[in-house]
Ligand binder design. Structure first.
Ligand SMILES: Cc1ncc(COP(=O)(O)O)c(C=O)c1O
Length: 433
């Protein structure tokens, strides 16, 4: 029989109403501990949970304690795993909890972490400030470097034999350049490292609907589920997915760090999964319209949006075609002028809210240089194109005409503008939509 699409399973997978008084929705199991039917069965549950014995065919997996597992989390984890075609998924209290647990699970003193630049500010801080204190070495690469260039730098670093993890965010934030996941897989396979290398991808910016890192060779997928997955700016959560063998290590670390999510949050995430595809598809359609409006705007100096890549853009276009099902719903642009003009634009918005985060039902705008990426040193920001005139938009579910009108309001709030540019900014819907 043909397999069902994930969106068809989000309302039912992993939950049997008959076992729950007919409740169509999975109940919130607000319970810290679970009663064992017998001491023997309780003993067996711990043997399995702590990996003290191999699992056998007739082993029954029961719940023990909500730091290890919980039925409401389990339903959500099973459903989330369907999108990425992952063998297992673990939910976390935040995206940062998922990411740092992946680092703690696989990196030890002396190991080398190779990572893409630029990353989400929190991840970037953890890599720059905390991993070195734990004896982990780090080396970064930029999205436009080829495999050969990266391998060459790795060899020159003298640390290639210690390479343990390759970590990337694609598209990068906020410049939205794409990183080739299959190239990273090849790099891991070709490296002379003496260790088994884990390729871990933060898929927050396009996943899980528009990009499946595991099918391009990644070992682990990480999410800030706070973004598209939960999608309503009302919860903070994270997730890690991958092969069962790797996930066992992640789950064990989660048990001891105690940074799983709680049953209420897991329930809200499950509820959001029911509408994930329709939300993300509509957000992408809206973003395409907004980006098309911005691309010819006289007050926009440079536009960053994967959905407008063309064959002339070379490798970036090739990666988009190979790896992504959409250009996503985030748009960055450099406004003509500097920080002043960027702030005037942001202060002029009404419908689009001035807030960090992304992937939610409402459109958001922010200033990366002074907000999400304020912790990145200025020279590094400039080297990676995060200018003081850059604005990042996350496009939501409002009607795209209203979003574009609000963007026009933002432009019209800029004082130092030529007359014809102002007319363009006010020119409501002279362009065909
Ligand atoms: C790409 C990316 N990864 C990870 C995170 C961290 O997620 P959280 O805020 O849920 O901890 C964020 C947060 O903005 C993000 O944008």
């Amino acid at each position: 029989m043909k397999k069902k699409h994930p969106q068809s399973l989000m309302m039912s997978f992993g939950h049997r109403p008959n076992a729950h008084n007919g409740a169509i929705k999975c109940p919130i199991y607000q319970s810290s501990t679970f009663v064992f039917p017998s001491a023997e069965i309780g003993k067996r549950q711990f043997e399995l949970a702590y990996g003290l014995d191999e699992s056998r065919e007739n082993d029954e997996s029961l719940f023990i304690y909500s730091r290890l597992n919980n039925p409401t989390l389990e339903v959500c984890e099973k459903r989330l795993a369907l999108w990425d075609k992952a063998e297992d998924c673990a939910l976390f209290s935040s995206g940062m909890a998922a990411i740092t647990t992946a680092f703690f699970s696989f990196l030890k003193p002396g190991d080398l972490l190779l990572h893409s630049h630029t990353l989400y500010g929190g991840t970037s801080h953890f890599i720059a400030e905390i991993l070195p204190k734990l004896g982990v070495k780090t080396l970064s690469f930029s999205p436009n470097e080829s495999k050969e260039q990266i391998l060459h730098r790795l060899a020159k670093s003298g640390e290639e034999a210690n390479l343990k993890m390759i970590y990337a965010e694609t598209p990068c934030n906020p410049t939205l350049e794409l990183v080739d996941i299959s190239m990273l897989r090849d790099l891991a396979d070709e490296s002379i490292s003496s260790q088994e290398i884990i390729v871990a991808i933060d898929n927050t910016n396009l996943g899980p609907v528009w990009q499946e890192p595991l099918s391009h060779g990644a070992d682990l997928v990480l999410y800030s589920a706070t973004k598209y997955i939960a999608g309503h700016s009302d919860v903070v959560a994270g997730a890690c997915l991958g092969k069962a063998s790797l996930m066992q290590t992640i789950r064990t670390m989660r048990t001891f760090l105690g940074n799983m999510t709680d049953p209420n949050t897991a329930w809200l995430v499950s509820r959001s999964l029911e509408t994930l595809k329709v939300r993300m598809d509509q957000q992408a359609k809206n973003a395409q319209k907004v980006a098309e409006y911005l691309q010819d705007h006289p007050l926009v100096e440079k536009l960053y949006f994967p959905g407008l890549l063309r064959p002339a853009d070379g490798e970036q276009y090739e990666i988009l075609k190979r790896q992504c099902l959409s250009g996503g719903a985030m748009i960055s642009f450099d406004i003509k002028g500097g920080e002043n003009e960027a702030f005037e634009f942001l202060n002029g918005l009404k419908l689009i809210k001035l807030a960090v985060s992304l992937g939610s039902t409402e459109s958001l705008a922010e200033h990366p240089a002074s907000m999400t990426h304020a912790g990145v040193p200025k020279e590094e920001r400039q080297a990676h194109g995060i200018t003081d005139k850059m604005i990042r938009l996350s496009i939501g579910l409002e009607h795209y005409e209203d979003i574009i009108n609000d963007v026009k309001l933002g432009f019209s709030n800029i004082r130092n503008v030529e007359k014809e540019e102002l007319e363009f900014a006010y020119d409501v819907f002279s362009i065909e939509m």
